[in-house]
Design a protein around this ligand. Structure first.
Ligand SMILES: Nc1ncnc2c1ncn2[C@@H]1O[C@H](COP(=O)(O)OP(=O)(O)O)[C@@H](O)[C@H]1O
Ligand SMILES: [Mg+2]
Length: 391
């Protein structure tokens, strides 16, 4: 009490109190993308305003203060005004919806943004057996996985576990699937960052969504953040100044740097065009380890056919190498589609007849039709020769 009695109010203390509302707006303008930090700022401002108000009120009850007259009372009242204003704006700011989407789902009852990042759980069954990659690539990826799984042993060897990797390769070569397998095998939570999910027309909203995802990944650490088509966010900064994208990229760089310093979060970026990715993202210490994911070669294509056709019942044995030869330049995704389409063709053919006659088998023709659909150029030489079947 005694200490509060000694407070003498003056123009200086009035100015100090008046700064609080300005501080609120200044800090909110600076950290609008970080809801957690804003909450802490609000708590801090309310605490400071409450303590100041309590100190001023107590100081007015000091013995002999009443003799100072009406001017002293007015000065104290003037002090309380900005403090009360601070309470009001913090309360109003927290009451108002943080984000309003005009394109928000009208059925949604929430007035918050609909973007709620969560780890992907559908990766639990994925293992290396689901992937056809060359031995060298598998060994390289496996080393990374072991380092991610056990960063302590990396430290014992005096090496740093990679914090950021960039997968480069044509579409459908399995980049996303590889990242999922790595997360599952290393036992990490898996978050996917797609620009479509986070980019919003509202100023600052995209950055806020980006922060949300990184915070969620931190909460579920150890985790992998997989940035699909990273070139769409991390595109080389255009000289004509695409400010919107620049802001997002700068924010991503800040978050990536934060992650690199933190423990237990790893970033994997994927792109078809590594040359389009801003060099700041590929700088040493960020996503500097570039791993090439090429189109499958002859052997890999044969293995892919073996993998995906094993899920179907075939009428006769198949020469996988012949199929591989017919699908030169096709990605793993296309081969998967061909096999699936062959099954669909069988289903369509058999569903035209009666149920009891169904064989549930994929025939030579089903496969041919599928190949024609997805790899027409490889069939320019006509019918699949009879050598396709048998070994
Ligand atoms: N090398 C591969 N081994 C096994 N499956 C593959 C391979 N490449 C692609 N696929 C399959 O193709 C589909 C698309 O692959 P995806 O990982 O999305 O490719 P990307 O991310 O490179 O575009 C997935 O279902 C995946 O299982
Ligand atoms: Mg992908």
């Amino acid at each position: 009490m005694e200490i509060f009695y000694q407070i003498t109010l003056s123009v200086k203390t009035l100015l100090a109190c008046s700064i609080l509302p300005f501080l609120y707006f200044g800090l909110h303008a600076k950290y609008w993308y970080s809801p957690n930090r804003l909450r802490n700022i609000d708590i801090m401002l309310v605490l400071v305003a409450s303590l100041s108000a309590a100190a001023i009120v107590i100081s007015m009850t000091a013995p002999g203060r009443s003799a100072e007259g009406i001017d002293a009372m007015l000065l104290a009242f003037a002090h309380l005004c900005p403090l009360a204003l601070t309470f009001l704006i913090v309360a109003e700011g927290r009451r108002r919806p943080k984000v309003t989407h005009t394109h928000q789902n009208p059925n949604s009852t929430s007035d918050e943004t609909s973007y709620i990042p969560a780890p992907i759980s559908a990766i639990e069954h994925l293992t290396w057996d689901d992937l056809i990659v060359s031995h060298e690539l598998k060994r390289e990826l496996d080393t990374v996985v072991r380092l991610l799984h056990d960063p302590q042993s990396a430290a014992q060897y005096g090496i740093e576990a990679p914090k950021g990797i960039l997968f480069q390769g044509p579409p459908g070569t399995g980049k996303t699937t590889i990242a999922k397998v790595m997360a599952n095998v290393a036992g990490l939570s898996f978050f996917v960052l797609r620009s479509d999910d986070i980019v919003s027309k509202w100023v600052g909203e995209s950055e806020k969504n980006l922060s949300k995802l990184f915070h969620a990944a931190q909460k579920h650490a150890p985790s992998i953040i997989f940035i699909d088509e990273i070139d769409s966010i991390g595109k080389t900064r255009a000289s004509d100044g695409q400010r919107f994208n620049d802001n997002l990229l700068n924010h991503l760089l800040q978050l990536v740097d934060g992650v690199i310093k933190a423990q237990g979060i790893y970033i994997i970026g994927a792109t078809n065009r590594a040359d389009l990715v801003d060099s700041a993202l590929k700088r040493p210490g960020r996503l500097n380890k570039v791993i090439e994911i090429p189109l499958p070669d002859m052997n890999a294509r044969a293995e892919l056919f073996r993998l995906y056709l094993s899920k179907l019942t075939l009428e006769a044995e198949i020469n996988y190498f012949f199929l591989a030869k017919m699908t030169q330049g096709c990605s793993g995704a296309t081969i998967k589609e061909i096999c699936n389409q062959a099954g669909l063709n069988a289903f369509q053919r058999e569903s035209a007849g009666s149920k009891k006659d169904r064989q549930y088998q994929v025939t030579h023709n089903d496969l041919m039709t599928a190949l024609e659909q997805f790899a027409p150029t490889s069939l320019q030489h006509g019918e699949l020769p009879s050598g396709t079947y048998g070994n």
